[in-house]
Design a protein around this ligand. Structure first.
Ligand SMILES: Cc1cc2nc3c(=O)[nH]c(=O)nc-3n(C[C@H](O)[C@H](O)[C@H](O)COP(=O)(O)OP(=O)(O)OC[C@H]3O[C@@H](n4cnc5c(N)ncnc54)[C@H](O)[C@@H]3O)c2cc1C
Length: 384
């Protein structure tokens, strides 16, 4: 007989762990299932947006305090630097404290919070292959044949989500999807270890290159573009990243003595484009985080929206069990809550992304304009 739970959270990244933390004390039997054994790597820029920590703090201040106290390595990064295609640059100070930390460590620290603070049953090395809905439960079947049943599935299984494919019938839409690659480097020149840097490029206007300090002298260096343009321009992202580090007028001298600490690796970013790309909920299931396509289309961050959607999904789970209603209609409440909480910012980012995309001159002009304090405040508010 498969093991039975009230709630199965599929995926123990930021969305899944936040959901488990938010379900603490709800009186539900919760399983958190992941195909990996933690600590595990996740290809990312490793910039943890300020709103991610804020959302955890709102859930319980101890979550944020313990995370900050235990997480190593990390780099406090309240300052950013934006470099325009013409080489002009602009410093930005974010409203909320923010930090960078390799996902290998950040995600393991989130899971440690779940272990410490909740009675969640954690099942690692459980790679879900198929999901079957039925009137009374959802069944998760692993590649090795193990099974698990739950009254409600909260799918937080990332950009290549099995749930989004099998339950929501999501297909890749390259106009609303980015592809990105990253590598770790040591010995990057002229870097203070506290500033995240974004480089916009004339040749690749629908994307950017980043250099993010992640602590202890290590930098996460990456490059991403809209997938539609990757295909249209036949871009080999890994090759282009290495080329840019050798040829970009500012980066080439700074990377002349830098050492790569591993291979360049890539992954997809399903963008939350401010329109319902696909269903977020159905009978006995919900999608969160990347599985729900909630990445900010302008800046490419999705850890904060993953955490926020995981928390909203937990609230919906509690409502479902209180009302004993798991119907598609009732679960649409969750889709509406996601839209209300995240929709306006995602839609605004999408409009700006569309406006700036393929107009490098406009980025040059924006960076120049932002030297005026009033204009800078307005621009900063606009991009969040
Ligand atoms: C190159 C790149 C750079 C990025 N940079 C940033 C950044 O700097 N800041 C930022 O905020 N966001 C960034 N993002 C986006 C960010 O990585 C995601 O938005 C975030 O990880 C989403 O969290 P999640 O919990 O939804 O999914 P994930 O973090 O992907 O977690 C999903 C979990 O599900 C598990 N899983 C998947 N399939 C199965 C299965 N079949 N069975 C069991 N378990 C499964 C995985 O092992 C994983 O642990 C970047 C993304 C990319 C690709």
């Amino acid at each position: 007989m498969p093991q039975s739970y009230d709630v199965a959270i599929l995926g123990a990244g930021p969305a899944g762990t936040a959901c488990a933390l938010a379900l603490r004390g709800a009186g539900l039997r919760v399983a958190l299932v992941d195909k990996a054994q933690f600590p595990r790597d996740k290809i990312c820029g490793d910039a943890i947006p300020g709103p991610a920590l804020k959302a955890l703090r709102q859930l319980d201040p101890a979550y944020a305090d313990e995370l900050l106290a235990t997480l190593r390595p990390k780099a406090e990064t309240r300052d950013s630097r934006v470099v325009a295609p013409n080489g002009g640059s602009l410093g930005v100070r974010w409203h909320l404290p923010t930090f960078n930390s390799p996902r290998l460590h950040f995600d393991a620290a989130l899971l440690a919070l779940v272990k410490r603070h909740t009675a969640t049953e954690i099942l690692e090395n459980f790679a879900v292959k198929t999901l079957a809905g039925a009137p009374d439960a959802v069944t998760l079947t692993a590649a090795d044949g193990r099974q698990l049943r739950a009254g409600l599935l909260i799918a937080c299984d990332g950009a290549n989500s099995v749930a989004a494919r099998q339950l929501a019938h999501r297909r890749l839409d390259r106009a609303h999807h980015c592809a990105a690659v990253r590598a770790y480097y040591a010995g990057v020149g002229d870097a203070d270890g506290r500033t995240t840097e974004f480089f916009f490029l004339k040749k690749y206007p629908a994307g950017y290159l980043w250099v993010f300090p992640v602590g202890e002298g290590v930098f996460n260096v990456g490059f991403g573009m809209l997938s539609k343009d990757v295909v249209a321009q036949d871009v080999d992202l890994k090759k282009v990243l290495l080329e840019l580090l050798h040829t970009h007028p500012e980066l080439a001298p700074r990377f002349a003595r830098a050492r790569p600490l591993g291979p360049v690796a890539g992954f997809g970013l399903p963008l939350g484009t401010g329109r319902p790309a696909h269903a977020l909920a159905g009978p006995r299931w919900l999608l969160c985080g990347d599985a729900a396509s909630l990445i900010d289309p302008l800046q490419g961050h999705g850890i904060d929206t993953a955490i926020k959607s995981g928390i909203l999904a937990a609230a919906q789970a509690v409502a479902c069990f209180a009302e004993q209603d798991f119907s598609a209609d009732f679960l649409q409440q969750y889709a509406r809550a996601v839209q209300a909480r995240l929709g306006p910012q995602l839609a605004r980012s999408y409009r700006i992304m569309r406006f700036l995309g393929n107009k490098p001159w406009l980025v040059n002009a924006g960076v120049r304009l932002a030297r005026v304090p009033l204009a800078r405040r307005w621009l900063q508010k606009l991009v969040g």
